[in-house]
Design a protein around this ligand. Structure first.
Ligand SMILES: Cc1cc2nc3c(=O)[nH]c(=O)nc-3n(C[C@H](O)[C@H](O)[C@H](O)COP(=O)(O)OP(=O)(O)OC[C@H]3O[C@@H](n4cnc5c(N)ncnc54)[C@H](O)[C@@H]3O)c2cc1C
Length: 507
């Protein structure tokens, strides 16, 4: 007879097999998905242990990404593996299913899910029944029908994009260094970022810092040869830190030769030429799109009420309006901001709310299962901090404004304290310490994205192509390994709880 693991499963049992009376289905393994499952596995310890209840988390990746560290990962200050948190380790009492929800039929209490195995099985998407549903698929980049955007631009929401962008920037320097054609060199050394929120500004500032440093190792590239352009449609950047600090950030970026263009839009990037609404044209091989987010597409395939902007309509209890047994929070949810005087105000899509909402949501799910009253979510935004590259930053928190080194230090200390798990905190701190003692990494490992190139070249006798010529459509994704059903021992890591309501978040 096979032994059952801590989740009541025998080896080989797929996570889709129902093993308990009450199933809590969590869609998404980001801030809200991970933290709500984490709080629930603590709050429902007895029920999970006795097999009365199970928590099943469905998410496309086996990790939660700490997105505020993506700019530092792109700059090479933090390893990619350390900006993500392994869900199987942290959520030891939950079942994890690597897959994607494609629709939800709440009337029937089912979600349709595709997994890595569904294509091989040939049986189509699977239907998962649930008793309680937590919807937390977050958001995706909000794009516009701009010619060339889908073909040439890259987003900045995932660790893959951050590392891909780092490799790409260094690769452009290698191209510029090796070409004799001034037009190719100019396009390779021109980097256009669209969107002046914290993702765009921090990504640009960190990458520019990294590229300027890297340039010292090229005999024919000077930092001044690199052209960095920030395109923002409104008349300010970093609205999260307020007007005064936003103006300071613009001055700071311009002092580093970054061309900040306000009230300007990207009109086209067809043929690898960025055309701006002010009439300027920049041949470039790099367009980074960080102009906002929109709710995850799966929300449109549910029978749940949504706002005009596509977020799930929620109550302050984080239940979905007009329904029972379904809960939502984070970027995907329109949660009323009951601390605001403005009628109809919603909580902004940011980590500050997501992590706090997850805590209240989990408490309310447990309360509802135990027949206790629910609590309302109330949190007034306390401000933000943003990094503008190494040793530079800007902050506006609890009415206090900081800039330069103190703001940068505050950014690091704050995010280190918020990073889930002691394990990840220690690794990030170790990396920062080592980076202070040794020189920065300056290599592009772009070939990691084409691991078969060397072998194919050996097998076919052809040249090794790691960089496709401009305009080549991207190759299909390499095959991914399937989810593991092998039971694991309980988690050695002790994740930290989400931030309490008195702490600011970074931005
Ligand atoms: C570069 C960057 C920097 C940021 N910095 C800050 C900051 O400093 N401060 C701050 O407050 N906020 C910051 N944010 C915003 C913050 O990260 C988000 O608001 C937060 O992640 C939202 O949490 P969430 O759980 O709603 O979504 P996410 O954390 O994005 O999680 C969504 C999860 O759902 C999964 N998913 C998507 N579709 C499906 C599906 N169909 N089925 C199953 N799973 C699905 C996704 O893969 C993901 O795992 C930053 C964002 C970025 C991109």
């Amino acid at each position: 007879m096979k032994a059952a693991d801590s989740r009541g499963q025998t080896p080989g049992t797929p996570p889709t097999a129902r093993t308990a009376g009450t199933r809590i289905l969590v869609l998404g393994g980001g801030y809200v998905g991970m933290y709500s499952a984490l709080h629930l596995q603590r709050g429902l310890r007895r029920e999970l242990g006795s097999g009365e209840t199970e928590i099943l988390v469905v998410t496309p990746d086996p990790y939660m990404t700490y997105q505020p560290f993506l700019p530092e990962a792109a700059a090479g200050s933090i390893s990619p593996a350390h900006v993500v948190v392994p869900l199987r380790r942290v959520l030891g009492r939950c079942k994890i299913l690597i897959g994607e929800a494609t629709s939800v039929d709440h009337a029937k209490r089912t979600a349709t899910v595709t997994t890595l195995a569904t294509a091989d099985e040939g049986t189509g998407a699977i239907e998962l029944a649930y008793d309680e549903l937590i919807i937390a698929p977050g958001s995706v980049s909000r794009t516009l029908p701009i010619p060339g955007l889908a073909e040439y631009a890259i987003g900045f929401k995932t660790v893959e994009e951050a590392i891909g962008l780092r490799n790409h920037v260094i690769e452009q320097m290698d191209i510029a260094s090796s070409t004799r054609d001034p037009a190719i060199r100019d396009a390779a050394l021109t980097f256009v970022f669209v969107g002046g929120g914290y993702a765009g500004v921090e990504a640009l500032a960190e990458l520019q810092d990294m590229a300027r440093y890297t340039a010292r190792y090229y005999h024919n590239i000077k930092p001044a040869d690199l052209k960095w352009i920030l395109v923002e449609a409104s008349d300010r950047i970093l609205p999260e830190v307020g007007e005064e600090m936003g103006k300071y950030a613009i001055r700071e970026l311009r002092s580093r030769n970054i061309d900040v263009r306000l009230t300007t839009r990207l009109e086209s990037c067809e043929g690898r030429i960025a055309v701006l609404s002010d009439g300027s044209r920049f041949p470039t091989r790099t367009v980074v799109w960080t102009a906002g987010v929109k709710p995850a597409p799966v929300l449109a395939a549910t029978d749940l009420p949504r706002t005009d902007r596509g977020r799930i309509r929620c109550t302050a209890h984080l239940t979905v309006v007009g329904t029972e047994h379904v809960w939502a929070a984070g970027d995907a949810a329109a949660v009323p901001d009951i601390t605001s005087d403005t009628p109809g105000a919603e909580c902004a899509p940011n980590a500050q709310h997501a992590v706090r909402q997850a805590k209240v949501l989990a408490a309310n799910v447990a309360a509802s299962l135990h027949g206790r009253p629910l609590q309302e979510y109330a949190h007034a935004y306390v401000g933000s901090v943003a990094s503008l590259g190494l040793h530079r930053g800007v902050a506006h928190v609890y009415g206090r404004k900081l800039k330069g080194y103190p703001a940068w230090l505050m950014h690091r200390v704050y995010h280190l304290s918020r990073m889930p798990t002691l394990n990840r905190k220690a690794r990030v701190l170790a990396e920062w310490t080592l980076a202070g003692l040794f020189k920065r990494e300056i290599v592009s490992l772009g070939s990691l994205e084409h691991p078969r190139a060397e072998f194919e070249s050996a097998a076919t006798g052809g040249p090794r192509h790691t960089t496709p010529p401009p305009g080549t459509p991207p190759p299909p994704d390499p095959p991914r390994s399937g989810p593991s059903d092998t039971p694991k021992p309980p988690p050695p890591d002790t994740p930290e709880p989400g931030p309490d309501d008195s702490r600011p978040t970074g931005g």
